[in-house]
Design a protein around this ligand. Sequence first.
Ligand code: IVH
Length: 674
Amino acid sequence: MTDNKNIKKLYLDKIDKLIKYNRAYFEKDNPIVTDEKFDKLKKELLEMARENPSLKKIKNPEKIVGSKPSDKFKKIKHSQPMLSLSNAFNKEDMLDFKKKIKNYLNITEDLELSSEPKIDGISASLRYIEGKLTYGLSRGDGIFGEDITDNLSTISQIPKKINNPPKIVDVRGEVYISKKDFESIKNKFANPRNAAGGSLRQKNSNETKKIPLKFFAYGIGKIEPKIFKDQTELLENLKKWGFQINQHCKKIKSIQEIEKNHSELESIRSSLDYDVDGIVYKVNNLSLQNRLGSTSNSPRWAIAYKFSSVKAISKINEIIIQVGRTGAITPVAKIDPVTVGGVVVSNATLHNEDEISRKDIRVNDTVLVQRAGDVIPQVLSVDKTKRSTKSKKFIFPEKCLCGYKTKKEISLTTKKIDAVRRCSRGYECNFIAKEKLKHIVSKDAFDIDGLGKKVIDNFWKLKIIKTPSDIFNLDYTKIEKLDGWGDLSIANLKNAINNSRKVVLDKFIFSIGIRHIGQENAKTLANYFKKVEKFSELFIQKKRKEILNSLDELDGIGETQIKSIEDFFSNSKNITIIQSFMSVLDIKNYEKKIKSGKLSNKNIMFTGGFEKMSRSEAKTIAEENGAKILGTVTKKLDYLVIGNSKPTKKKIQTAKELNINLLTEDKWYDLLDR
Ligand code: IVH
């Protein structure tokens, strides 16, 4: 046996041992070795992995140590989904957040925001009925949580009873471990967040009890009756109920205050006794939060403004390009591995060609690298004093990895030349095709367990998957022979794939990855097509033209989206691939659940801009009240609501001819009793 093989075997044997000890300690609550022996083994493994990074790739000891979550917990549906937050990384992102809110509500003044440190822990939702803690759930997938009541009950900062309670309330907050408390258990977990997550999901709550967990409350889910008017009042009240509220919560309005607040909290961040990875800003007024509602994954009324995080110096060895699923060419710097905030970084994004020339970034340059939370590390700046006189400007490749020429487009909205180069060959480009496959199996699309990015890379390399339909026609005899695949994992994969064969039209449209068609637009399009057959008309040139001409009626679908749909379906290879993908799926027609309310069975259409709300909000309200929104004026239309600002004359004319009820903005509010 070669030395390498020997080392690998030794390493794997030790890993097996560690898994065994770990399981005994955490899952069976029955340690089979002393703490010292456990720690020594872990240390040895960490050293071996450090000296030989290829071992770490096989199995990372850091990921083994700690608690393996139990899948034994009962699942309970959250009465209101536990959404996640979208992120902001700079002032522009925050301005954009504020602008979107103002547009949606159709207001011009700044809104009051509640500013709260974003605690880096694990979220939980606690149900109190008549003031008594009845059950507690983990976030789970956001829709269903796991019943971890026993474990949450071990946390002294979670009151078992609250005074003057409403009939029902879900209190939401973050479970965490203080930095001080983490010191005494740090050899068993990678970081405080891991420790909190692992111990919360122990099946034996006596095990959880040993870990000093704490809880900050930051909000509520369902509440009956509704008693609060704003977030600040809600936080005050949570304090009265006996919860810990973070002392750095405050009210904030202007962008200047936001920026100041950000740098102030960032400067005291390291002195806080808990990990904070940013600031959450929430529209303070709860009825405005309600009006704003949420998109597929996150509320429109809140955002997490992340801290700029940690930086380190390194050297660029090479600049390569990567091709994204929409054809965007991203330059990436291969750098000397460097630890940035506890994580080893060896790749950093250079964003695009313009960024490289603006900063004059070159191979062999000494650079400052930044990593913020879970985003890709980036090169911030170049230290030109360290540059050799022989250094040459980086010439950006004009070709995609597939060999074809890339180009920069002119944005239809800004009319400016795009900073990003693109390959426009869609599925014809092998590199784009592979990225599209990763998108198809991703969480928001088909969400196939066991078929992550790495597996796609591997199956692609081995030519097991070349097109989307291959995912559903896998040759399992080939997979059986691969390293790391056993009977159980294959059975699980088969199962996961079969379960996702049935898909609703909106998910399907999202998953095929047309540029500019995200989850929301995919829903809008699915609601327009309704039937799979109608969607398939996009494959026929003449029909496609008719469809594309009528799409600009739809909310969120403008010139940019229409052009993108046109480009996608004008490519015959794309059509062939999508058709064969469709043939292996069971695609369900899209049926929007029509709610019942004051406008049940009514067909409504809006034209022009309103004074008191945006058109998007008007449409949402109409749908919330049971109405169906139509895209064209037909006999079926019950009301055409006409806003004062630039209504379409033609629509009004046709509606008049068809004797349809015309409503002014005020009459529309009367109709809703608002
Ligand atoms: S509000 C729909 N407030 O950050 C909004 N979240 O993705 C729900 N978090 O896992 C979150 N501190 O657990 C909110 N003051 C705070 C928070 C906070 C930490 C966590 C939360 C969630 C994540 C947001």
